[in-house]
Design a protein around this ligand. Structure first.
Ligand SMILES: Cc1ncc(COP(=O)(O)O)c(C=O)c1O
Length: 506
């Protein structure tokens, strides 16, 4: 739950010794109950000016450390003048609706309530707040704005830096992110690109894949994996998946290698790495490139090595719902060979070096500097978020057992630590669609990744595959369901999800 702290909460309490202790304890209670506090940016200078007289700014500074400063836009401040008599209330209402806040904590709730604003007073805080902390009644699959409180001021800072510099295309912010991602993924280099899809396409191009070549992957993945192979002009050759990890089954790989095979794309689906040792061994012995589709797997590991550092190219997506997501599309390719790095950089800008002298036909595959700014603010939090996802997965595993659901709901298994749970995908059998519907009726978000394996998609009919060719993928497509697992999902919400699953089966 998120609330706005009214300026009077600080000015009045800090100037009145009898109120100071009470307000400090309210503040501590908010933190205890995971209530996240915002303060209007316009209130901050006003509070500091009031307190300066009283030499009380230090106490306020401490409170400010845990509050997020809520900025209204210049136009919102201007528009409020149309309601000059209610300017303060207008700004508060804008803040509440813009940032989906539940209430305002104030020394004078009646003033705000009289103006149609939900306000909580300091004296009745415990009772009033408990009304908002009602039992869980919905769990979205992902809730991107729920993280804004943690992020907002850092994102704002990073984005303002880029906007003020006017350097929107590549430039220092993209370079900064590339260095940090390479470091995080344990590679020498990283090249920021326009999306996870383009990360795959540019890697195939850099690996020299083109017409007449074959590229091996699985039919149980997001469309982009196979779509990129086709866009590079090559032929996708498909191999079925392992039923436990949902990743490429290395035992079925060798028989698909031909003299035309130019690359293998193992997908680290849902955030768990494919079994890379046998794949790399086969690729090395046949001189084939390995392009990791790590779009869902930033930070996942295989035998203590990070995804993206295992093959020749590591392709990541910054789609907003990924563990590290931007405020829009974006992606990155990680590499350790200098030659591959140079080629990727060239292909990213239409093969042009120097400008307007084209050595290769590439594309516009650039990552926006503004996306890089958002990601630079988010990356330092990624480990904390991964830890939360892993804890959430353990909670689900435990709740499924404790509720006697283990024979009906198969939890995902971590075969190659560490799984980073971009998705928590359970196998629930043929009832999957009715379970999903039941969860939806109870306002629980879930998703099927993916309902139609790619070998039976209409646009791939020319590949000559048919239903029944990849039985493990086909079964997974019918039986699996992703439950809410993001870092913002809390234990109470997970209990609610499993309670509803239990209700379905009872
Ligand atoms: C396995 C996989 N590969 C590739 C992509 C493509 O990434 P993007 O959406 O950033 O283009 C995705 C995105 O969801 C994905 O899940």
């Amino acid at each position: 739950m998120q609330i706005l702290f009214h300026k009077d909460f600080f000015t009045e309490s800090l100037q009145d010794n009898s109120l100071k202790g009470q307000c400090q304890s309210l503040f501590d209670k908010c933190r205890e109950k995971n209530i996240e506090g915002w303060i209007l940016a316009t209130s901050v200078p006003e509070i500091i000016q009031t307190l300066q007289k009283e030499k009380l700014t230090n106490a306020f500074k401490e409170w400010l450390e845990v509050l997020t400063i809520l900025p209204l836009t210049g136009n919102e401040l201007r528009d409020g003048l149309k309601e000059a008599n209610n300017y303060e209330f207008y700004l508060i209402k804008q803040a509440i609706s813009g940032f989906r806040l539940k209430a305002v904590l104030t020394a004078h709730p009646e003033r705000l309530q009289a103006n149609g604003i939900t306000a909580i007073g300091c004296s009745n805080f415990e009772d009033d707040i408990s009304k908002f902390l009602s039992p869980v009644s919905s769990v979205p699959l992902v809730n991107v704005p729920a993280t804004h409180h943690d992020l907002w001021n850092d994102v704002e800072d990073q984005m303002a830096g880029v906007v003020r510099s006017g350097m929107f295309i590549l430039g220092p912010k993209v370079a900064e992110l590339e260095e940090q991602i390479a470091n995080y993924c344990q590679t020498k280099y990283a090249v920021g690109v326009s999306s996870g899809t383009d990360a795959l396409l540019i890697s195939l191009m850099a690996a020299g894949v083109g017409p007449g070549d074959e590229v091996i992957t699985t039919p149980f993945t997001f469309f982009a994996t196979i779509g990129s192979i086709c866009r590079a002009g090559a032929l996708p050759v498909l191999v079925d998946i392992d039923p436990v990890t949902f990743n490429i089954d290395p035992k079925k790989l060798e028989e698909k290698i031909t003299p035309k095979t130019r690359a293998i794309i193992p997908i680290h689906l849902y955030g768990q790495c494919a079994d890379m040792d046998p794949i790399l061994e086969l690729a090395n012995s046949h001189g084939i490139s390995v392009i990791e589709d790590a779009a869902q797997a930033i930070g996942s590991e295989y035998k203590f090595k990070r995804a993206g550092s295992l093959g020749d190219y590591g392709c990541f997506s910054f789609f907003p719902t990924k563990n590290l997501g931007g405020f829009g599309d974006g992606g990155i390719v990680t590499v350790s060979k200098e030659e591959n790095y140079e080629k990727l950089k060239l292909l990213r800008v239409h093969g042009s070096k120097p400008k307007y002298y084209h050595k290769l036909v590439g594309g516009n595959f650039r990552l926006d500097a503004l996306q890089a700014a958002v990601l630079c603010a988010k990356l330092p939090r990624l480990e904390k978020w991964t830890k939360r996802r892993r804890e959430n997965s353990e909670n689900y595993n435990r709740l499924i057992l404790e509720n006697g659901l283990a024979d009906k709901v198969q939890s995902p298994q971590e075969i190659f630590p560490r799984h980073i749970y971009n998705q928590y995908v359970v196998r629930v059998g043929e009832n999957r669609d009715s379970i999903r519907e039941f969860l939806g009726q109870n306002k629980i978000g879930s998703e099927v990744y993916y309902p139609v394996p790619l070998h039976v998609q209409e646009c791939f009919q020319s590949l000559g595959y048919k239903e029944g060719d990849f039985p493990v993928s086909e079964k997974a497509a019918k039986e699996t369901l992703a439950l809410p697992i993001s870092h913002e999902v809390n234990l109470d919400q997970q209990v609610y999800v499993i309670e509803k699953m239990k209700q379905f089966f009872s």
